[in-house]
Design a protein around this ligand. Structure first.
Ligand code: PLP
Length: 399
């Protein structure tokens, strides 16, 4: 028996089963590569689900964690740190946030969205609107905004007053946003729905409709933000200014952190002292690490790199002309290879055996969200292997 399968047996007797049996027990990593406990090497094309922006064992991240761990790890929010203040200032600058804007730090995406739901509640209007296919997290508030029935139903009744509308349909949005709507939540690219981008014109329309009715526009950039799509924040391509933005995944490069950016003083002061809080949120370790992530993205030119290698990947996959490939969706390094048959789980399993980690985000879509430091040479290895993986999957699934 392999070291991995023995450890996975222990896992199944000790770790709560919500994730099923994990595919691998991983040991260490370097750049876009990880090794399992049996010494096999994999190209990490999922990046911890769009989290490991700098890849594994990046010297800047290791240095930031090590240095901060030797100074202060945690201090509570009765106190603050240089790192927390600098990170808030940096995020406001990168977000082009107007004067009076402010940041609340949390530990995860769901928690950032919970804080955003509280902002929406402070409008005094109880309704929330989200998109069909949306994923906003698993805590019970964020879960009410998440669309997938299988995630929601076992826990109903959830937060009331949530309406879901089809993405891309401004008429449906116009009908759903009323004087009772506190906020519209949307992801500029719907990640868990299968990497489905919203048009810039839709984002601008959503901004106009929410503004005209006095509802907040809350952009969930938890998966798309922090350089993932080639911009600091994906909504910036549409030239819109939201009322709030939530961040998590890539922000800490793997160290847990979430953030809510409230745009403008009216929104930012709508939560007053005592109305929200967190024990860990924004602690010095997480803040110093996030600052190192942002510095490194800037110093290594990773926004332009994500754009260039993301386009290279899409061009190469589409250029295969393989009958099972319908196309490539997404932007930068948040991509889905869309298949003509529902064989994504089979392709992902075969890819793993061949040394590539990809995510079957939908039956017909493989999600790729590799570290932003991934190279075209890394991607070539995968694209060169892809036709044989697709053929083998089609054969095993009878397509
Ligand atoms: C991952 C994700 C979340 C939830 O983040 P967690 O850290 O898992 O709570 C929320 N919204 C989007 C768009 C996400 O991709």
């Amino acid at each position: 028996m392999s070291v991995g399968s023995e450890l996975l047996d222990r896992y199944e007797h000790a770790v709560l089963g919500v994730f099923g049996r994990p595919a691998l027990v991983l040991d260490h990593g370097e750049g876009a590569w990880v090794w399992d406990v049996d010494g096999r090497r994999y190209l990490d094309l999922l990046g911890g689900i769009a989290v490991n922006a700098l890849g594994h064992n990046h010297p800047a991240l290791v240095a930031a964690v090590s240095k901060q761990a030797g100074e202060l790890v945690h201090i509570s929010n009765f106190f603050t740190s240089r790192a927390q203040i600098a990170l808030a200032e940096r995020l406001l600058t990168l977000a082009d946030a107007p004067a009076g804007s402010a940041v609340f730090f949390a530990n995860s995406g769901a928690e950032a969205n919970e804080a955003a739901i509280k902002l929406a509640r402070r409008t005094g209007r109880p309704g929330l609107v989200a998109l069909e296919g949306a994923f906003h997290g698993r805590t019970t508030g964020a879960l009410a905004l998440t669309h997938k029935v299988a995630y929601r139903e076992p826990f109903e009744p959830l937060l009331p007053g949530v309406t879901h509308v089809p993405p891309g349909d401004l008429d449906a949005l116009d009908a759903a946003i009323t004087e009772e709507t506190g906020a519209l939540f949307l992801e500029p690219i719907l990640g868990e729905a299968g990497v489905v981008p919203l048009e810039a014109a839709y984002l601008r329309g959503a901004r106009e409709i929410t503004a005209s009715r006095g509802a907040l526009l809350i952009v969930d950039e938890i998966q798309t933000g922090v350089g993932r799509t080639g911009a600091w924040f994906d909504h910036q391509r549409a030239g819109i200014v939201p009322d709030a933005m939530t961040l998590a995944k890539g922000l800490g490069g793997g160290v847990p952190i979430g953030a809510l950016v409230a745009f403008g003083s009216a929104v930012a002061t709508s939560l007053t002292p005592g109305q929200h809080g967190t024990t860990f949120g924004g602690n010095p370790l997480a803040a110093a690490t996030a600052l190192a992530v942002l510095d490194t993205i800037e110093n290594e030119g990773l926004l332009a790199h994500a754009t260039a290698v993301g386009e290279y990947l899409a061009r190469r996959v589409e250029g295969l002309g393989h009958p099972l490939v319908a196309g490539v969706r997404g932007r930068g390094l948040l991509r889905a290879i869309v298949l003509t048959e529902p064989v994504a789980p089979a392709v992902a399993a075969l890819a793993r055996e061949a040394g590539f980690l990809v995510n079957p985000v939908a039956p017909d879509a493989l999600r790729l969200a590799p570290p932003l430091v991934v190279t075209t040479a890394d991607l070539d290895l995968f694209v060169d292997a892809l036709p044989a993986l697709l053929d083998a999957a089609a054969e095993s699934e009878g397509h």
